[in-house]
Design a protein. Structure first.
Length: 293
C-alpha cells in the first residue's frame, strides 16, 4: 500500500529547500502569484526565476495560470528545475471535479505535470452540515489517483485544520503539505503541532500578514538590530519555525529583498518575542466557517 512517510524531519532554517514526506525537495521561499493579472504574472514569474526563486505558487482561483506558464517558458530554466504548484478551487469538489480541475490547470500552465497540487479550501460543516467529511475524502481520493498517475508529484491541502485533516489521515496516502495563513500573531498552534506530529510540511501564505505587520514597533526593533526589513524578519521567522514562506511582490527590488533571508538568524529571545504575538494579528478567515465560491 502506498503511503506518505510520517514524522519526517523538516529542513533546517538555513536550507534553501524543505524536504516533504515523499522525499521531494521544495525550494524556499516560494514565489506567490495571488491577485496578479496574467500579463503581470508572466513578467513577475520570469523576474522571480532570474532572481533565484525556484518555487512558483498559483491556483485556479487566481486566474493567472496562463501567465505563470508563459513566465516559465520565457525563462531559460529547465522544467525540472522549477517547483510549480497549483490548487483545485471550491467549485471543483468531489472525485470527478478534482480530476478535471487538475487537467484544466495543466492545460492552462502548458505543463505535463505539477510538482505539488492542493485542495484550496476544505469543505466544512457550514456548507455541508452532514457530509463535509465525505466530500473532503472524495476529493482526496482524486488527489491520490492523480499522484499515482504521475500528473502531480506531491499532494496536499490548504487551509485545513486538525478536525478536517483527521479523515484524510485514514486514507491510503496522507497529505504531504498544508498551506495555511501563517505569520507573527497567527500561527494556528494546534494545526502547527498537528502537522509537525504527522510530518506534514506547513507552507505560509501571507507571511507578512497582508501588510498588517509592516509597522509593528517590536518587529521594527528586531529588524533594525539585524539591518533588515520587517518583511525579512517575518520571512525569517517562518523559516526558523520550519515553515516554508510564500512571498509575493511584482516589484523586483522587493522580490530580491524577500529572497535575501539566509544571511542572518533570529535569536531565541527574538523568536520568543514574536511567538508571544499570538492573537495580536488574527487570521483573516476561519476554515471552519469560511464559504467561498
Amino acid at each position: 500500500m502506498l503511503s506518505a512517510r510520517k514524522g519526517e524531519k523538516m529542513a533546517y532554517s538555513n536550507e534553501k529547500y524543505f524536504m516533504i514526506s515523499n522525499r521531494d525537495k521544495v525550494p524556499a521561499p516560494g514565489y506567490g502569484t495571488y491577485l496578479i493579472d496574467n500579463e503581470t504574472t508572466r513578467k513577475a514569474v520570469k523576474e522571480a526565476l532570474d532572481l533565484g526563486y525556484r518555487h512558483i505558487d498559483t491556483a485556479a482561483f487566481y486566474q493567472n495560470e496562463e501567465g505563470v506558464g508563459q513566465g516559465l517558458k520565457d525563462s531559460a530554466l529547465r522544467r525540472e528545475d522549477v517547483f510549480v504548484v497549483s490548487k483545485a478551487w471550491n467549485d471543483h469538489r468531489g472525485y470527478d471535479k478534482v480530476k478535471q480541475a487538475c487537467q484544466n490547470s495543466l492545460e492552462k500552465l502548458g505543463l505535463d505535470y505539477l510538482d505539488l497540487y492542493l485542495l484550496h479550501w476544505p469543505a466544512n460543516a457550514v456548507e455541508y452540515p452532514d457530509t463535509w467529511s465525505e466530500v473532503n475524502q472524495d476529493s482526496w481520493r482524486a488527489m491520490i489517483d492523480l499522484y499515482k498517475e504521475g500528473k502531480v508529484k506531491a499532494i496536499g491541502v490548504s487551509n485545513f485544520l486538525p478536525d478536517q485533516l483527521d479523515p484524510l489521515m485514514k486514507m491510503e496516502i496522507v497529505p504531504m503539505v498544508n498551506q495555511i495563513e501563517f505569520h507573527p500573531g497567527c500561527t494556528w498552534p494546534d494545526t502547527y503541532a498537528y502537522c509537525k506530529k504527522h510530518g506534514i510540511l506547513i507552507e505560509a501564505w501571507s507571511p507578512l500578514g497582508r501588510g498588517r505587520l509592516l509597522q509593528d514597533p517590536d518587529l521594527m526593533a528586531i529588524a533594525l538590530g539585524h539591518h533588515k526589513s520587517i518583511a525579512q524578519v517575518c520571512i525569517r521567522y517562518a523559516l526558523q519555525k520550519n515553515v516554508l514562506p510564500l512571498v509575493k511582490s511584482s516589484h523586483p527590488e522587493r522580490m530580491r529583498e524577500n529572497f535575501d533571508v539566509f544571511d542572518f538568524e533570529l535569536s531565541d529571545h527574538e523568536m520568543e518575542i514574536i511567538d508571544n504575538f499570538e492573537g495580536k494579528y488574527p487570521a483573516s478567515r476561519d476554515p471552519r466557517t469560511t464559504v467561498l465560491k
